[in-house]
Write a protein that binds this ligand. Structure first.
Ligand code: 8YV
Length: 309
């Protein structure tokens, strides 16, 4: 159901064919021209997961009042600088939680059960020659979640329905949570079958998945990333996947999007998606409504709907 509705196999083919790069390049060119030509009069900026408002952009727009971001993650917005300059910042929480959590489960199923590889196998006419290899069972696997916020909790709830024992790592233990807490990512990785990155990207969580964590996850472990590419030391992950030092990975995000390490394209133990966790018509419309709603509120001097700064 998830693969069909969310186009998981089509997404995987899109990334492997190198098409992602073509989509984003044109946007970047237009953005630069527009900002240059209108820098003195721009009062609002709408960012997203890949292009927000860094110090340089903020300083080049003297009339800027608000950054209304089309994403929940704000790692591309210099929040400290906005605060200092009195620029308001909003994001799009809650409305995308279900989609991102659905896709995390979709990635787990697609990776462990080889759904995209199966799809390629049938399309290539290989079924006639013999049955597909056996894959890995998902139900009952131990799921470790990094970051038990809104999205992490929604993933845990869904994984529980598959009888998966849940454990988590976060900066501090959540006293209200019934899930097992680990005070370090390495301990969490050693104890689970599937490690899921679901935390915000900050200076502290950059490369939270490093060689040590990958080794702790081990050759039977799977890694799922629906957070941000820089959460993972990507060259370390690529060599672990090539050398089969971990069993597999389901990745929606990459360090230098839309560039994906080409060593991954030929691997059968990965599922590669072009950052589509919130990418449904329903959710993108709800996110757009929030972005516009925040701008309307700001310019009519009403309270912002989802203020961050
Ligand atoms: C992006 C996301 O906003 O909300 C986030 O943090 O990463 C996504 O929802 C979306 O891909 C548009 O860039």
């Amino acid at each position: 159901i998830l693969a069909t509705l969310r186009g998981i196999c089509e997404c995987d083919r899109y990334v492997r064919a190198g098409l992602w790069k073509k989509g984003d390049f044109k946007l970047t060119t237009k953005k630069n021209d527009f900002f240059k030509e209108n820098s003195g009069s721009i009062r609002a900026v709408v960012g997203n997961a890949n292009a927000g408002a860094d110090r340089e952009l903020i300083d080049s727009l003297p009339a800027l009042e608000i950054v209304s971001n089309f994403s929940v993650g704000l790692d591309k917005v210099d929040l400290g600088h906005c605060k200092q300059k009195g620029i308001r910042v909003t994001n799009t929480p809650d409305v995308l939680t279900e989609d991102v959590a659905d896709l995390a489960i979709g990635l787990m199923l697609a990776t462990l059960r080889g759904i995209c590889e199966c799809d390629r196998y049938v399309r290539a006419g290989l079924w006639k020659k013999g049955d597909f290899k056996l894959t890995t069972k998902f139900s009952g696997k131990k799921v470790g979640i990094i970051g038990l916020g809104r999205i992490g909790t929604a993933i845990a709830k869904r994984a529980e329905a598959f009888n998966c024992p849940i454990s988590y790592y976060s900066r501090s233990q959540k006293p209200e949570s019934k899930y097992k807490y680990f005070p370090s990512v390495v301990e969490l990785a050693s104890d689970c079958d599937i490690l899921v990155v679901a935390c915000a990207l900050t200076a502290e969580t950059r490369h939270i998945i490093n060689r040590q964590v990958i080794d702790a996850l081990g050759p039977k472990g799977f890694l799922i990333n629906i957070g941000r590419g820089p959460h993972i030391d990507e060259p370390e992950l690529v060599s672990a996947l090539v050398e089969r030092r971990i069993a597999g990975a389901g990745l929606d995000v990459f360090e230098k999007e839309p560039h994906v390490p080409e060593e991954l394209f030929g691997l059968d133990n990965v599922v590669l998606l072009p950052h589509v966790a919130s990418g449904t018509v329903e959710t993108r419309n709800a996110m757009a409504d929030l972005v516009v709603g925040n701008l309307e509120a700001h310019f009519s001097k009403k309270p912002l709907l989802t203020p961050v700064v």
